[in-house]
Design a protein around this ligand. Structure first.
Ligand code: 5GP
Length: 194
């Protein structure tokens, strides 16, 4: 998505060869027009699939899940993060290891909001190690729902996330695919018009 790549080039802050800071427009302060366009782009990619729910994880995926859910005219659900590993009968849970925070936490979704009747599109801000998205995939499976695919705003292709998701048979689409980066330079996978 050209607009997104331009925005990353102009306003992204590359902290290292692994970490890109985009909090001036994506995941702290949010460019709402860009967020809406991201939702519409995910709609264009997945529009041929009957989707009943969009699923994300708090907090940084929420604005993109909402924009996508609005385009599909369906609700979105965000998995909540819980530190304590307390089992509750009424929630689906999965363990996620955070790449940026270097800690493991539980995510949970109420069983009231996801079930076998649902066809789910998962949306998140970044695809890096894939841990967060795999946690959501596990929750969809636990719910007995059908997973339509995964939409990521930014993918760091040099990390293993896509491979791990594809090994699970997940259809992954990302709007900006970074092939490599270092402070002062960033390369995107060329010729990708998603
Ligand atoms: P994962 O490693 O599980 O694919 O990424 C989990 C989460 O870490 C993402 O949803 C995102 O919030 C955060 N994350 C991963 N890589 C980056 C990065 O380079 N920059 C920022 N700002 N967040 C990241």
């Amino acid at each position: 998505m050209r607009l997104l790549e331009d925005k990353i080039r102009e306003h992204g802050n590359i902290l290292s060869d692994k970490v890109l800071k985009v909090d001036s427009f994506l995941n702290h302060q949010v460019d709402t027009e860009l967020a809406l366009q991201i939702g519409q782009q995910f709609y264009r990619i997945f529009r041929h699939q009957p989707i009943t729910k969009v699923l994300t994880i708090e907090a940084s995926g929420i604005q993109f899940a909402m924009a996508t859910a609005m385009a599909f005219n369906v609700p979105f659900v965000y998995a909540k993060k819980k530190k304590a590993v307390t089992l509750q009968e009424s929630v689906y849970t999965a363990a996620v290891h955070s790449f940026t925070k270097q800690e493991t936490y539980q995510v949970c979704v109420s069983q009231a909001y996801l079930g076998p009747e649902d066809r789910v599109l998962i949306v998140d801000d970044f695809l890096a190690t894939g841990a967060a998205l795999i946690g959501l995939v596990d929750i969809v499976k636990e719910a007995g729902a059908a997973l339509v695919g995964v939409g990521c705003v930014i993918e760091k292709c040099f990390q293993e996330g896509r491979e791990l998701l594809e090994q699970k048979g997940v259809d992954v689409h990302s709007l900006a695919k970074i092939s490599s980066m270092a402070p002062g330079s960033i390369q995107f996978v060329p010729g990708d018009d998603e």
